[in-house]
Write a protein of this length. Sequence first.
Length: 153
Amino acid sequence: MAKDLKYFMRDQKEEIITAPGPDTILDDEGNPLTLEIKVLSAAEIRKIDNNYRKRSIAFNDKGAPYISDGEVVFKVEKDAARAVRHIIAEALVYPDLKDPGLMEHYNCVDITEMPQLVFSKSDEYSHVVRVVFGALGLTPGANDSETLNAAKN
């Protein structure tokens, strides 16, 4: 009996999730604002993450490349904190951290700086990281220290 693959033929529609914002940012009636989060695909997240990864040849003190098993050794540098902030800026629909007026208000030209400017208190920023990463299915595991440390920076 052949298994039906129609269950995997889903429409790729944009999904927006709402979540409570930090309790320090209130609307006119004193209620916490609701964040709107676009669920990014795994490919979008991977593309953003890869943009902050730099791979280069590793050299010794004398300037010669390291060789291991006949192959050149590469070193990988990653700006994980900036990648986290970029993912947050791409995922947030409200507030839209890429809005020109909002960016102008904060005198900012780089969207990766916006999450920490808009959510400037550490508890606000931590809340937003938790909520956005939870919505994206990226909630760090207990041993994912790189993501945890990046979110704190």
